[in-house]
Design a protein around this ligand. Structure first.
Ligand SMILES: Cc1cc2nc3c(=O)[nH]c(=O)nc-3n(C[C@H](O)[C@H](O)[C@H](O)COP(=O)(O)OP(=O)(O)OC[C@H]3O[C@@H](n4cnc5c(N)ncnc54)[C@H](O)[C@@H]3O)c2cc1C
Length: 447
């Protein structure tokens, strides 16, 4: 049996430790905080949306980048297996709207408690308040590496004259150049291990302990780490009037996102005005699409306030309101068409005098009101930072990792799991499932 170090006692680290210990390995978890699962504790507004009980196909649709990378991990330990495990460990679950799964108690602490107890039962050693400073490596010398090309297997690399186009990166076996031998702790102590599972999380909500240490370790080993951006995060907008609507939540509106003039996202749902811009489920999902775009310059958000009506129906609705209240001022009429804060702002945005009596509003003015209702424009000047981002987009390049084992292709005995990877998803329990599945797979494959 091997000695395994798991760095990070978050969702991925806990699950990796559990699986490795179930297989009989001697596992030590190093956690820089005073407790396990500090981030899990704040998930789902303290209720922990542990996973999503949808089918596999739907699940993959909610992964924002390379869903294929996730296939092996997911099929090895899918959403229903996570639910089965938690229930077996004494944490009964319930499924809510949108297949979101929560503990029946509505307390994330019950999820952590169930996992922690099982970790203790499996005799894993947990070192709290123990940050790992560095990974210890040795140069790797081995003759096992083989290169596959069609039916040919080459022990020492591809022959020079072989045709490149027949080679497939996929079929090439891992080509290790280094090997992990242990970890160095913050105080300088060196501890030696057969395998290390790196599960230090991303860089969002750094107050929970995820401060990007794993990215640094990976870079020091020569692994490629893609640019990290805040994702599932609110937007900051240029329009100052937004701030005056702070606290206003709009349901059943359609938000459409344009990046450099191209429509990249459109969905109906709920959004919320804040003092800096917009937030809410719709915006968080839109932000995960934006995070995937490189060099986005011009980002525009439009909100359709009445998506259930056609332009014609909306125009008729305005006409009817204007006819019925033909002596009323525009601002008073609009309060039946919009929530109160918006009713006060809409005339200005449409360039119509708010005190104008309904009977004197011209067709052009009415058309402008209709257009603004269908396409309320907001200029996105940025997103909020990592401190407010639910997830980190970017991380260890998936090309560096074998998706069937989670082992690094060039660093033998180093396994990577969780948010540290350049793999993320929409809200709804999908991100924790990424952590559970990749953690489980790493723990299942360590030798
Ligand atoms: C506010 C909020 C709400 C969320 N809600 C949900 C939700 O309801 N459902 C969902 O699916 N996802 C949710 N997420 C996302 C989810 O929490 C993450 O995807 C998940 O926690 C990632 O797990 P992880 O184990 O990879 O990383 P983390 O949970 O961040 O764990 C990493 C651990 O590593 C430790 N660590 C880091 N560096 C070192 C080091 N050098 N030495 C030792 N230890 C170290 C950290 O202290 C930390 O405990 C939410 C995120 C946030 C911020």
């Amino acid at each position: 049996m091997s000695k395994i170090a798991v760095i990070g006692g978050g969702a991925a680290g806990m699950m990796a430790a559990i699986r490795a210990a179930e297989r009989g390995h001697h596992v030590t978890i190093y956690e820089k905080n005073e407790k396990l699962g500090k981030k899990v504790y704040i998930t789902g507004k303290g209720r922990c949306n542990v996973t999503n009980a949808c089918d596999a196909e739907t699940f993959f649709e909610h992964i924002t980048g390379n869903a294929k990378f996730f296939y092996s991990a997911f099929y090895g330990f899918d959403n229903f297996r996570v639910m089965e495990l938690l229930e077996k460990l004494g944490c009964p679950l319930k499924t809510e709207r949108g297949n979101r799964v929560f503990p029946i108690s509505d307390h994330s602490s019950d999820v952590i408690k169930a996992l922690r107890k099982y970790i203790e039962k499996l005799n894993c050693q947990v070192c709290y308040n123990t940050p790992v400073k560095a990974l210890l490596t040795e140069e790797y010398k081995d003759n096992d590496t083989a290169f596959y090309e069609g039916n040919n297997v080459y022990e020492y690399g591809f022959p020079e004259k072989a045709e490149d186009n027949k080679r497939s990166e996929k079929k090439k076996k891992n080509k290790y150049v280094q090997k992990i031998v242990g970890v160095e702790l913050a105080g300088g102590k060196k501890v030696f291990y057969d395998n290390v599972i790196l599960a230090t999380g991303g860089v969002s909500y750094p107050s929970t302990g995820s401060t990007g240490d794993g990215h640094r370790f990976a870079k020091e080993l020569g692994l490629n780490v893609t640019e990290c951006k805040p994702s599932l995060v609110p937007f900051e907008v240029k329009e100052e009037w937004c701030g005056r609507l702070q606290g206003l939540a709009l349901k059943n509106v359609t938000a459409t996102l344009y990046v450099d003039g191209k429509k990249v996202f459109s969905q109906m749902g709920e959004l919320l005005f804040t003092h800096f811009g917009v937030s809410g489920p719709l915006i968080l999902t839109a932000s995960s699409v934006l995070a995937q775009k490189k060099n986005a310059n011009d980002v525009m958000l439009t909100i359709d306030l009445k998506p259930a009506l056609t332009e014609e129906q909306l125009d008729k609705r305005f006409l009817k309101e204007f006819e019925e209240g033909h002596n009323k001022q525009l601002k008073n009429i609009l309060s039946s068409l919009y929530p109160s804060g918006l009713a006060a702002i809409m005339p200005k945005l449409a360039g119509v005098e708010e005190s104008k009596p309904a009977h004197s509003i011209t067709r052009e003015e009415r058309e402008r009101l209709v257009r603004n209702t269908r396409e309320l424009k907001l200029t996105v000047i940025g997103t909020r930072g990592f401190a407010e981002a639910i997830i980190t987009s970017g991380g260890i390049d998936l090309k560096e990792v074998n998706p069937s084992t989670m082992e690094c292709k060039t660093v033998k005995n180093l396994y990577v799991a969780g948010e540290l990877l350049n793999l993320d998803a929409h809200t709804g329990g999908y991100n924790l499932q990424i952590a559970w599945s990749t953690g489980y797979l790493a723990g299942d494959c360590v030798e």
